[in-house]
Design a protein around this ligand. Structure first.
Ligand code: GLV
Ligand code: MG
Length: 312
């Protein structure tokens, strides 16, 4: 399969907005919000009796809505349920040309990604769609998924992101907290550090994006900023948003500050000049009090790249 038509560096995903597929009013409203990505949900935001209807609401919203500028994703149910195959078939046959990725929750091993890849390929061939265009986002939500995260990340050329699912993850490992996204009381350090770094290393090994999951105290925007800021500092590309009030915060936290962006561009300009013949073809140079070299250029490129993508 070809790695068909995916933007280099990945699609923008600073803010990934969850929208229940069973609620046409929310499907409509989401189109007007400045989120980089929307994911229309058939899993935990849809009650079992509403799932069948939600598939059709989602197809209609994808085909008839205006999603300009947004990455369009549908979250299907996980492979341990009986809903997954019909979720994928209904949504992709019905709206496959207006859809960028399928998100698969509670992924436990590489076979689950391979199975989704095969199903997508059959639908694309049957429908005459470009084969391989639809990507996959894998949610890591339990210990088995985390232990197998490297093979999951490398399981298919369709893979675009690894997404941390803190709510299911906390439940699955018996973490003692009821507040999703917050630290469990009584530990005194960052209980998520290992999990986030593990996901980030797997993602970067296979050139995928790493996305942090939800923060459920939707009225506490400062709390959201703090948690999102931790993931952004590690190198994560974005975070879920469950409420319009979190969208701007995510877009800001996952973009560089103006000061950092300007400094990164300065490093790039200075390093280019010093390594040129006119600048003496030096391997390292001084920029004010700071020594810069090839590694500095690479670090600056990360910050400048994010800033340019954000239109700075
Ligand atoms: C998201 O799906 C989560 O479980 O946190
Ligand atoms: Mg979950």
């Amino acid at each position: 399969m070809t790695q068909a038509n995916r933007p280099p560096g990945g699609r923008p995903r600073r803010s990934c907005l969850a929208v229940p597929g069973s609620n046409p009013r929310f499907l409509e409203k989401a189109q007007g919000l400045p989120a980089d990505q929307v994911f229309l949900d058939l899993e935990d935001a849809c009650a079992p009796l509403a799932k069948e209807g939600a598939r059709h609401h989602i197809v209609e919203a994808l085909n008839e809505g205006d999603w300009t500028g947004k990455t369009r994703v549908v979250r299907v149910n996980d492979w341990t349920t009986h809903w997954t195959y019909r979720d994928v078939i209904t949504v992709v046959e019905g709206a496959g040309t207006n859809l960028d990725c399928i998100m698969l929750p509670k992924v436990q091993d590489a076979q689950q990604i391979v199975a989704l890849d095969l199903l997508l390929t059959q639908i694309e061939k049957t429908m005459g769609f470009e084969v391989g265009r639809i990507g996959i986002e894998a949610q890591i939500e339990n210990a088995k998924g985390l232990v197998n995260v490297d093979e999951i990340a490398g399981a298919s050329p369709r893979m675009e992101t690894i997404v941390f699912g803190p709510a299911d993850f906390m439940a699955s490992i018996n973490m003692k907290s009821l507040v999703v996204g917050e630290q469990p009381p009584g530990y005194g350090a960052d209980a998520y550090h290992y999990i986030l770094m593990r996901i980030l290393m797997a993602a970067r090994t296979y050139d995928l994006q790493a996305i942090d999951g939800p923060y459920l105290q939707i009225k506490n925007v400062d709390g959201y900023r703090e948690v999102a800021g931790r993931a952004a500092a590690l190198g994560f590309d974005g975070k879920w948003v469950l409420h319009p009030g979190q969208v701007e915060a995510a877009n800001e936290v996952f973009s560089p500050s103006q000061e950092d962006y300007d400094h990164a561009e300065l490093i790039l300009d200075a390093y280019e000049w010093h390594t040129s013949e006119a600048g003496g073809a030096k391997g390292s140079a001084m920029l004010g009090d700071e020594m810069i070299d090839e590694a500095s250029r690479k670090m600056a490129l990360v910050v400048a790249g994010k800033g340019r993508a954000a239109g700075m």
